[in-house]
Write a protein that binds this ligand. Structure first.
Ligand SMILES: NC(=O)c1ccc[n+]([C@@H]2O[C@H](COP(=O)([O-])OP(=O)(O)OC[C@H]3O[C@@H](n4cnc5c(N)ncnc54)[C@H](OP(=O)(O)O)[C@@H]3O)[C@@H](O)[C@H]2O)c1
Length: 335
């Protein structure tokens, strides 16, 4: 058991002003819980950045350690489910929101949040995927379960260079789908093609026409990660009986639309929530991500940073400047 460890801490002082720095903590500082985990890897998600800048919709009280993702090894486990040394991962639930998260070198959480690391994934790979990969997996699962099959038509992914977007491109391509990637970073075309996109579109090319209730049918399905007018346009351009998934709001949380995509084209809009996904479907998605859905070039989709670079990367993800995933090494010397 460790005496003390490093954690990124966000403090609010004076009210409304948030600063972040790495501090020393002890396990006694962690909340009560069944399982104490030494974190080997975490990852940076958009939601972590919101927590780090004081978004009270994500984190109500400070000081706080963000980090909605963690992979590591069980140090202490109450009950029979987990033993010392078991490799595990935790994503979502309240981790990093109002429970000290994966940007600390130790976390303590309820056993009901903990997933045994599936065979076929290293801890490092599980955090290259992280919440973004799990959310991409949930989105793809909706499309596959809807009955969309490879060859039926192109699948559009918006916010394609981001974490969820780039992993959705990679998973869909691995499954044999033809993927069109809409991005604000057309200069990253090679990165997106490397992960399986067959067509790169600028955001303008998939822009909405607010005055029109429907637009020309273009996609068998859409994975939308940005919301707002991109989601509206996705619903208006998806082909008859197609499916659109919605998980994010980086562009906007608003949706301005008529009912016509639903009542004239039979479009289905699937909401995707990763945080509170129940444990059985959660395990099933992780098994797929570790096996038949595992992106081919997982290591090339991420950059690895030490925890002292979290500060600058938090700013960059908020500016929409990061591509792919940011893996955070929390334990030095971890293979
Ligand atoms: N529902 C869930 O369970 C769940 C889980 C994970 C994430 N999310 C949400 O999904 C979204 C994506 O998360 P992420 O972790 O992938 O974030 P990310 O890595 O920051 O990626 C977001 C991408 O969206 C695009 N983008 C940024 N600002 C935009 C704007 N103003 N208009 C249009 N596109 C913009 C950019 O890609 P391009 O430059 O390529 O366009 C950016 O890289 C966030 O809203 C996040 O909160 C939800």
């Amino acid at each position: 058991m460790t005496a003390s460890f490093n954690a990124l801490e966000v403090t609010e002082n004076p009210p409304g002003t948030f600063t972040r720095r790495i501090v020393r903590k002890t396990p006694a500082d962690l909340p009560p819980g069944d399982v104490l985990i030494q974190v080997h890897f975490s990852s940076l998600n958009y939601k972590d950045a919101l927590s780090a800048i004081g978004n009270k919709g994500v984190t109500r009280t400070y000081p706080h350690t963000p980090g909605i993702d963690a992979a590591g090894v069980v140090v202490e486990g109450k009950g029979a489910d987990f033993s010392t040394g078991d490799p595990v991962l935790v994503t979502g639930y309240d981790l990093g929101m109002n429970t000290a998260g994966g940007f600390g070198q130790y976390i303590r959480v309820p056993a009901s949040w903990v997933v045994r690391l599936p065979a076929g994934l290293s801890m490092e790979e599980s955090m290259i995927l992280g919440t973004a990969g799990f959310t991409a997996g949930l989105s793809v699962d909706k499309i596959v379960s809807h009955g969309i099959f490879p060859g039926q038509g192109k699948i559009l992914v918006t916010g394609a260079s981001g974490g969820v977007g780039s992993l959705a491109v990679a998973i869909l391509s691995r499954l044999g789908h033809t993927v069109a990637a809409a991005t604000g970073k057309v200069e990253e075309a090679d990165f997106l093609k490397d992960h399986g996109a067959s067509e790169i579109l600028s955001r303008e090319e998939v822009r909405d026409a607010p005055s029109k209730a429907l637009l020309k049918e273009r996609w068998a399905a859409v994975v939308d990660t940005v919301g707002g007018e991109h989601l509206a346009a996705a619903l208006k351009t998806t082909a008859y009986r197609g499916a659109v998934t919605c998980c994010g709001n980086v562009a906007s949380a608003s949706l301005s639309l008529t009912v016509y995509p639903f009542i004239l084209r039979g479009i289905t809009l699937y909401g995707v929530d990763s945080a509170n996904c129940p444990m059985e479907p959660r395990k099933s998605i992780w098994e797929k991500l570790a096996g038949p859905w595992k992106p081919a070039a997982l290591s090339r989709i991420a950059r690895e940073i030490p925890m002292d670079q979290l500060d600058s990367h938090i700013d960059r993800i908020l500016e929409g400047k990061l591509k792919g995933r940011t893996l955070v090494r929390m334990k030095e010397g971890t293979a």
